[in-house]
Design a protein around this ligand. Sequence first.
Ligand SMILES: [Zn+2]
Length: 263
Amino acid sequence: MVEADVESRIPELKELQRVAYWLAQRFWSEANAGNISVRLTELPADIAPREGGPPVQMPLAFPELAGQHFLVTGTGKRMRDIIHDLEGNVGLIRILPGGEAYTCLWGTPRVTSEFPAHSAIHQVLLAERPDHKAIVHTHPPGLAALTHLARFQDTEALSDVLFHMHPETGYFLFQQLAFLPYMVPGSVELGQATAEALRTCKAALWDKHGVVAIGETMARALDWIEILEKAAQVYWLVANSGQQPVGLTDQQIGAMLKAYGLA
Ligand SMILES: [Zn+2]
């Protein structure tokens, strides 16, 4: 039975639905690619005490997350289906005592296979940046393509090209972008490296794969991805014309950062 009352009383569900819609619209989450999670700090009084279904073990323990509630997209689910069916594609889960397993209170009980990576990030965020509750992972083609050029395969070079393509990139993401070398998608190793990068950054680019962004909200995390992808698209539009982009000068970027008190 569809519990429409749950959907209408947890505002983050509607926000997740909107973000998933835009990821699908932009073809950034082909097939079942991409995943979203958000830590919930408030739940309706009749939902919070639910016992939930059978425990689902996680490959690693995240003891600091015990008792925390999350909305998470389901494993093998499509972003484009979330607009039609939240309950069949998204799970509301609680991490059980010890942090080794979770239980599902509502929706799909099997969450994304990348949830261990999300959990590693959430554990860092809860301890160090608790206002950042949302994680969005997706595959924007312009950004992924940049990481196929050897000269952009490090944080400084990648940040440099993106910051020089559009003023907004420097304004919102100055020293907030990390590049991570290729690691197996969904691996604990990739999750831990991403969590480390997101101690201070807003977004991490995974080599030849995609991007992970964090935010106070899912919409905010999507903002960062949109801004980075816009800069990447500007780069490719100019590069595809056979010209090398002029780019903003260091002086122009410096003046903007100074004007807004960012450097
Ligand atoms: Zn991916």
